[in-house]
Write a protein that binds this ligand. Structure first.
Ligand code: TUI
Length: 308
């Protein structure tokens, strides 16, 4: 499937792996890139040395293009932004903020920049500041989310900007990709489906939770802190949600409980105090497969439906 996104990024399929903090490391990213999509390494809140090493390891595992996600709430965002320039990263996606202050330097370095946007207003601003594409991410996504749904957000962003739009949130198979294309998207970003991939390095307990999740097994917590996050509905997530709803946890106490919670989920598989960030589509993800199979099935499924 050829679109302005495959042309822009020099990849075979317009399928971008989500830049999931703590999850998206070089093994996953290189597997997705080798499969013909675009793999991403997540900067998250990592130190600069970690990201440098991951970029170098990824280059050893693939000659195909791959990218880095800069999580803009990270205290290290400035350093990670510069590191991408220094290491010759070709593609950057951003999340959880406005990357405006980095755009000139990234564009001067020849980097393709694709900010994640939860609204039409930010999509317009990003186009004006030189973004090559935007990723319109609906509230179905895992992790830190906006309010609008993929179905509503994507066509509105498509109408508002000239640059290509990548749809994200709730897409995990060919049907979802075809639907996104019918809304005007020219690529998809997929996170949750890749959690249940062979190459994904998360704790086995995390993968089990994803493949066993039903449609109703995810929950959004932390709206009152200003950082709403979609998670798998574990006992811990339910405790946070109840504390938030009933006022028995102050926003400060909530933040305290969730410091380091993503690491505890991804690295330790700790269901007692870990936050298993995951999209609303997890109910449809029922098996663990190699990334190459996932990418091919999604793309071929979409092509068939779109009769390309
Ligand atoms: O960034 C994500 N998903 C994430 S980041 C993350 S790590 C984290 N840890 C603690 C607190 C918060 C995050 C886990 N999941 N997705 C992309 C995304 N970006 N979703 C929403 C946004 C967003 C929100 C506001 C992008 C821009 C924005 O703009 C604000 C502004 O300045 O205009």
């Amino acid at each position: 499937m050829k679109t302005r996104i495959t042309e822009l990024l020099g990849c075979e399929y317009p399928i971008i792996q989500g830049g999931m903090a703590w999850v998206a490391e070089h093994t996953l990213a290189s597997a997705v890139s080798n499969a013909g999509g675009i793999g991403l390494i997540a900067g998250g809140s990592a130190p600069i040395d970690y990201l440098r090493e991951q970029i170098r390891l990824c280059k050893e595992k693939t000659n195909k293009p791959f990218g880095v996600n800069i999580m803009l709430m990270s205290p290290n965002a400035d350093d990670l932004a510069q590191l991408c320039i220094d290491e010759g990263v070709k593609v950057i996606t951003t999340g959880a903020g406005n990357p405006g202050k980095y755009m000139v330097a990234w564009k001067e370095a020849g980097i393709k920049v694709m900010p994640v946007v939860p609204s039409v207003a930010l999509a317009r601003r990003m186009e004006k500041s030189g973004a090559d594409a935007v990723i319109a991410e609906g509230t179905e996504s895992g992790g830190h989310i906006g309010e609008n749904t993929t179905m509503c957000l994507v066509p509105q962003v498509v109408d508002a900007v000239e640059i290509p739009v990548i749809a994200a949130g709730g897409i995990a198979d060919g049907r979802g990709m075809a639907a996104a294309f019918m809304l005007g998207a020219e690529g998809v970003q997929i996170g949750t489906r890749f959690l249940a991939s062979e190459e994904c390095q998360i704790h086995p307990t995390f993968k089990e939770l994803v493949i066993n999740a039903k449609d109703t097994d995810n929950i959004v917590t932390g709206r009152y802190t200003g950082h709403p996050c979609r998670n798998i509905k574990t006992k811990f997530a339910k405790k946070l949600a109840t504390g938030e709803k009933e006022g028995t946890l102050s926003p400060e106490e909530f933040e305290q409980l969730t410091v380091g919670a993503l690491r505890r989920a991804v690295v330790d598989g700790d269901v007692e105090s870990g936050s298993f960030l995951c999209g609303a589509i997890s109910g449809m993800v029922n098996d663990i497969k190699p990334c190459a199979e996932i990418v091919r099935e999604i793309n071929d499924g979409a092509e068939k439906l779109l009769k390309i």
